[in-house]
Design a protein around this ligand. Sequence first.
Ligand SMILES: O=C(CO)COP(=O)(O)O
Length: 242
Amino acid sequence: MRKIVIAGNWKMYKTQAESLEFLQGFMSELDATPDEREVVVCAPFTDLGLLSKSLHGSRVQLGAQNVHWEDVGAYTGEIAGAMLAEIGVRFVVVGHSERRQYFGETDETVNLRLRAAQRHGLTPILCVGETKQQRDAGETEAVIFNQLAKDLIGVDQQNLVIAYEPIWAIGTGDTCDSAEANRVIGLIRQKLTNANVSIQYGGSVKPDNIDEIMAQPEIDGALVGGASLDPKSFARIVNHQA
Ligand SMILES: O=C(CO)COP(=O)(O)O
C-alpha cells in the first residue's frame, strides 16, 4: 500500500525559537487529520534535537536535509547517519536540486548518501526533477530517468520516498500542472522495482493547490518549501481533502 507522506522542507529557515513558535501554531491544527497520513518536518540540523523532544509522542515525524555517506570521519561540516538516528530523525532529504546546483551534489554522491541513510534506518526522500531549459528541450523524461538510474543503484526501494520537483516550479509560484505532475510521477513509478514507493510532488505547493494535486491518482504526497514555514498554511496542506 502506498502511503501519503506530506513533508515540509524548511531549508535554511527557522532558529530554535522560531521552530518552537511554529509548533505552537501547528500542532493544535492537526488534531482532526487522519492518522494514516505521514507528516514530516525536515528542519535545519540545529533545530533537530529540540524538535525531537517537542514532537515526542506526536504524529509529526522528524526529517533532516542532508546526511554524509561515511559513518564517521574527518569530514568537516558534514553530519553522519548515526547522529541523526540517535536523536530520533526518521527521514532525510537527499539530492535536492539546491544541493545539486549550489553544493556540487552529483548522482554519485546522491547514491552514496541514499545508501548511508538506509544503513542507519533513515528513510531518504530522493529529489529528482528537470530544469526549465531541459523541459523546453523535451528532455524531461530523459533527465529524470538518468537521475533515477544512477541514484538508485543498490538502494532498497522498500525504504524510500521519491519527490518529483521540477526545478522551474521551486519557489517560483509556477506550480507544475497537476495532470502533468501526475504523468511524470507515473513514468517514475514505471522505472521502480517496488510499485509501492510513495512519490511526492514538490514545487510551489500551497494551501490553494494541494487539493487538486492530491486528487491526482499517482501523487502520494507533497514536499513543501515556502508554505511549510507558516503553521496555518502547512496545517492546511496536511489537512487537505482526501
Ligand atoms: O524545494 C521545495 C521543497 O523541497 C519546494 O519549495 P517551494 O514549495 O518553496 O516551491
